[in-house]
Design a protein around this ligand. Structure first.
Ligand SMILES: Cc1cc2nc3c(=O)[nH]c(=O)nc-3n(C[C@H](O)[C@H](O)[C@H](O)COP(=O)(O)OP(=O)(O)OC[C@H]3O[C@@H](n4cnc5c(N)ncnc54)[C@H](O)[C@@H]3O)c2cc1C
Ligand code: FES
Length: 289
């Protein structure tokens, strides 16, 4: 059963008042079926509030009596006004109920939380983004931010790997990136269907098709944990240093604000110090790799 959230005046938590655990009640403005497993939600905060996030940050999405989970903000700050977008996979208890919500329904939102990608540090550099599966959702925030400020960055290289053609996210955006001459975009699938004419194989296979200037490039990788080790090996092989490689780790989270310790990796809290880390930082907590 979908819980009924009727209050629309709850003050926004974390940014200065009430409790950091108290969600703002937001309204779902639009729901779009993206794949069989993922839906895209356009969410509006009350009172014309702007989310005020950076790419790579997440919000805690909740339904009372069901649960709360961290979800990356998919929209870029440049495309976030009074609404923002989330891409949510039906993965378990909470997301299953969220997948039943319709436009006009309410959800609780806390955040934005965590350390996102330091976009200012990437300015003037070539940016290589390697995303696997649902990792394209947080990466999308960064990609759109770069596209909307295109002159501030060098080359933009996007490598995306999906398990199968049916699981490819954001087909419209991929087609648009493919058309642009200021974006180098490559897509591969692990398991092609009969109609598939593109690259086949894991995402690391795409690296043989790109040239990288290691002195002028930052790399960002977002995807399932198994992908990181191999993508990082490719990047190091192309001459990037651990400081030039950024990755986003998805740890199990509860509070999202550095209080409960659920997301702790050695002495670091992923919800606050992450989810975005450099590979150099990640090496320091070896169990993460
Ligand atoms: C920073 C961050 C950003 C994220 N961004 C997104 C996003 O943009 N979109 C998105 O769809 N998801 C995202 N996630 C993942 C999302 O938070 C999880 O899928 C979340 O658990 C879903 O909640 P649920 O209650 O629906 O699923 P759950 O009931 O929590 O189940 C999710 C999966 O985890 C397994 N599981 C449950 N409990 C445990 C446990 N204790 N130990 C091991 N496995 C367990 C379940 O079997 C199931 O396979 C993100 C996670 C993090 C940390
Ligand atoms: S989720 Fe509670 S400390 Fe990070």
């Amino acid at each position: 059963m979908i819980p009924n959230l009727t209050t629309t005046t709850t003050p926004r938590a974390y940014n200065g008042h009430t409790s950091i655990y108290l969600p703002t009640i937001a309204t779902i403005e639009d729901v779009h079926n993206e794949t069989e497993l993922e839906k895209i939600y356009t969410v509006r905060l009350p009172g014309g509030q702007n989310l005020g996030h950076t790419p790579g940050q997440f919000v805690m999405v909740s339904l009372p009596g069901v649960g709360e989970a961290p979800i990356s903000v998919m929209s870029s700050p440049s495309r976030t006004g009074q609404t923002f977008r989330l891409c949510i996979r039906n993965a378990g208890d909470l997301t299953n109920v969220i997948h039943q919500l319709k436009p006009g329904d309410k959800v609780g939102i806390r955040g934005p939380f965590g350390r996102g990608f330091p976009v200012d540090l990437y300015k003037g550099k070539d940016v290589l983004i390697a995303a696997g599966g649902l990792g394209l959702a947080p990466a999308r925030s960064l990609i759109d931010e770069i596209l909307d400020n295109r002159a501030n960055f060098g080359r933009l290289i996007i490598l995306y790997g999906a398990r199968s053609p049916a699981e490819i996210l954001f087909r419209d955006a991929l087609a648009e990136w493919n058309e642009r001459d200021d974006v180098e975009s490559l897509l591969t699938v692990d398991r092609p269907d009969e109609a598939w004419l593109g690259h086949v194989g894991v995402i690391t296979r795409l690296f043989e098709h790109i040239q990288v200037n290691p002195y002028h490039t930052v790399a960002i990788t977002v995807g399932p944990p198994v992908m990181y080790r191999f993508v990082v090996m490719e990047l190091l092989g192309k001459g990037l240093t651990p400081e030039q490689i950024w990755m986003s780790f998805e740890r199990r989270m509860k509070c999202g604000v550095g209080k409960c310790g659920h997301c702790q990796v050695n002495h670091r809290y992923s919800c606050q110090d992450g989810p975005a880390w450099t590979y150099a930082e990640a090496l320091a907590f070896e169990e993460a790799l």
